[in-house]
Structures are given as structure tokens and as C-alpha cells.
Design a protein around this ligand. Structure first.
Ligand code: KG4
Ligand code: ZN
Length: 345
């Protein structure tokens, strides 16, 4: 079974083809991606209407590129999967509309996929796929969650952010420092030349005793510190960036370790855009090695949004018998969609 996956929930258009062979982890045949970051950078953030229009321009050329790279014709596609939510309504509608049109034209069924499940299962695209069960730290631009994952579709949320996501904390702090959008990678690059102990920033909810996160106060603390510095900010930016990154990473690290303790699990999967952060990876690797815990990450290129994770999540759900793809081509997107509302086995 070959599954085409289309991702268009935010500012990346991704298309990929995955093959499931009945046994073992489905295999990625080809994927292609167009990032809209350059287009949105002029506005300091994603402009939803521009995002939708650009998805329309990119999705079919990317689909052709994927089929060419895989060396197959259109009718080799058995199921067309698309990101159903969560995300920007207009952007989601493009992927859903194209998937349904393609499905109808080819006489193939379609399947809507949860974007976060795509991130969660993205480490299965790598050379060293994890085994179930595991604890998952899902850290994207819009979500920060710790999950207990027993199998495909069997997800229990252990804790999540009560306000901003970790990616948002990176992005908003970076914006205060005058860095381009999305700020995470820029802030982390700037932090390389700074002293993380130059400023003492809060570690929200670090000792709350539960696995929830809060990052809104951290952003306010960064703003207060930036104001205090005034003109001196220009020469202290690297220090402030390093201190901000250290605060976010310490909270993510401590809570992940607490989740491992609480569940007694010996495997951690990190997914979502912030999972590309080098300091986070280094600290998780070191702490988990000491505890005999194995950590799995998606390949760096597949940490942020992409079509491969959508095709993979669809293939894994279909293989697990959790879904029946449909030929009712009603593209009902869900801009807000809690992960624990998915059908389970
Ligand atoms: O998962 P993702 O591509 O999109 C969502 O589904 O939200 O995550 C994007 C987020 C942005 O906030 C971006 O700043 C952050 O991931 N990010 C990083 C890094 N690379 C991407 N944050 C910190 N360090 C990085 N290296
Ligand atoms: Zn994402």
C-alpha cells in the first residue's frame, strides 16, 4: 500500500510517498518540501491568507516531484492522506481540497491525519525507529506536551503547557531581540556566543510537582530584562539569548525526566520543531545516558513540518486497523483538534 501525504497546516507545504508492506515500519519512498519562511519573514510572523495562497501554488508541483523521485505514476497511489488539523483553517483547506480532488480523480480513498500524531510518529521515518512503549516530548511552535505512548493511536497526555508553547517562547523572545521569524533557530544560533548564566531567568512550574508547562511568564521576564538593559541590549543579546534558551531547555529536560520516572519507561521520543534544538538534544542525551534511557529523534530535516510524517502517520494508522480511508470526499478540516480525541484501538 502506497500512501501519499500532504501537509499544509501552517507555513510549510510538504508532500511525500510512503510504502507499507504489511510487516515492519512503513518506508519513505520520496518527499519534497517548500518552506514559506522567506515570504512571511517580512511580516515577522505567518500571514494566514498568504500561507493558503502559497500552498495552492506549491502543492501540485511538489506532488509531481515526489512521484518522479519515487519513480512511480499517479495511479501507484493507493490512499491520499492530508493534515486535517490542527492548524490554520485556510491552509488546511488547501491540502484537504487537493487530497480530495486527487482521490476523486484517481478513484482512491482519502484519510485526514492529526498533525501532532504526524510529529509524534516522525522518528519512525529514521534509520533507528523506536519501539513502543515510550514517553514522548512533543515540542512544536504551537504545542508542548508530554505523552505516554503505548502504541499507534494509544496516547495519554501526561502534561502540557497551560499557556505558550516552548516554540512560542523561543519565537516571542527572539522577536524581542529583533531576530527574524521563526526565532527558534536564530535565537539558538545567537546563544552559541553567549553566557547562559549572565541573567537569571525564571523556570516556570519547574517544581510544580506535575508535568505541566508554562512559558508566558518567561517571555515577560525576557522583556523586562531587555527593557532594563536599554541601549546595552545590543551588546548583550547573545547573553540574553543564551539565558533564555537555558531556561526553556532546563524546564523541558526536568519535566521529561520526571515523566520517565513517573512512568518507569526507558525510552524517550522527542518530536516537533524545537526538537531540532542542539542544546536540548545534548542535555537530554547526557541525562538519559546516565539513566540508561534511549532517546530517539526524527532526522533534523523532519523535525519541522513535512509531508513525510503525515504519510507515515496515515500508513501506521491504516496498518494498525484504526482507520478506514473514505471515498466521501468531504474535506472537513479541524483547525482545533485535541490529540486525545482520535479514535483508539
Ligand atoms: O513543529 P513545527 O515545525 O511547527 C508546528 O507544528 O508548530 O515547529 C516550529 C517551531 C518554531 O517555534 C521554531 O522556532 C521552532 O520550532 N524551532 C526551534 C529550532 N528549530 C525550530 N526552536 C529552537 N531551536 C531550534 N533549533
Ligand atoms: Zn508542526
Amino acid at each position: 500500500m502506497r500512501v501519499l501525504g500532504i501537509e499544509s497546516s501552517c507555513d510549510e507545504t510538504g508532500v511525500a510517498l510512503v510504502e507499507a508492506r504489511g510487516a515492519g515500519v512503513p518506508r519513505l519512498l520520496a518527499h519534497a518540501l517548500h518552506s514559506q519562511i522567506d515570504m512571511h519573514q517580512a511580516y515577522g510572523g505567518v500571514v494566514p491568507e498568504l500561507a493558503s495562497r502559497d500552498h495552492i501554488r506549491r502543492v501540485l508541483p511538489l506532488t509531481r516531484a515526489v512521484l518522479a523521485e519515487a519513480g512511480v505514476e499517479r495511479d501507484a497511489i493507493d490512499v491520499v492522506a492530508y493534515t486535517r488539523g490542527p492548524g490554520l483553517a485556510g491552509a488546511l483547506l488547501v491540502g484537504a481540497g487537493v487530497a480530495c480532488a486527487l482521490g476523486a480523480a484517481l478513484g482512491r480513498p482519502v484519510l485526514g491525519v492529526h498533525h501532532l500524531e504526524g510529529h509524534l510518529l516522525s522518528p519512525f521515518l529514521g534509520a533507528d525507529p523506536p519501539e513502543f512503549p515510550f514517553v514522548a516530548l512533543l515540542v512544536s511552535g504551537g504545542h508542548t506536551q508530554l505523552m505516554r505512548v503505548e502504541g499507534v493511536g494509544r496516547y495519554e497526555i501526561l502534561g502540557e503547557t497551560i499557556d505558550d508553547a516552548a516554540g512560542e517562547a523561543f519565537d516571542k523572545s527572539a522577536k524581542l531581540m529583533g531576530l527574524p521569524y521563526p526565532g527558534g533557530p536564530w535565537l539558538s544560533k545567537l546563544a552559541e556566543g553567549g553566557d547562559p548564566e549572565a541573567f537569571r531567568l525564571p523556570r516556570p512550574l519547574l517544581h510544580s510537582g506535575d508535568l505541566d508547562f508554562s512559558f508566558a511568564g518567561l517571555k515577560t521576564a525576557v522583556l523586562t530584562q531587555a527593557k532594563k538593559l536599554g541601549d546595552a541590549l545590543a551588546s548583550r543579546k547573545a547573553d540574553l539569548a543564551a539565558a533564555t534558551q537555558a531556561a526553556i531547555v532546563e524546564v523541558l529536560l526536568r519535566k521529561s525526566l520526571a515523566a520517565l520516572d513517573q512512568t518507569g519507561m526507558k525510552r524517550l521520543v522527542v518530536a516537533g520543531g524545537v526538537g531540532a534544538n542542539r542544546l536540548l538534544r545534548a542535555q537530554l542525551d547526557a541525562a538519559c545516558r546516565r539513566r540508561g534511557v534511549r532517546v530517539h529523534y526524527p532526522e533534523l530535516a523532519l523535525c519541522t513540518d513535512n509531508g513525510a510524517m503525515i504519510a507515515m502517520a496515515a500508513a501506521m494508522r491504516l496498518e494498525a486497523g484504526l482507520e478506514a480511508p473514505t471515498t466521501r470526499y468531504a474535506f472537513d478540516v479541524r483547525p482545533r483538534w485535541p490529540l486525545d480525541a482520535l479514535p483508539v484501538s
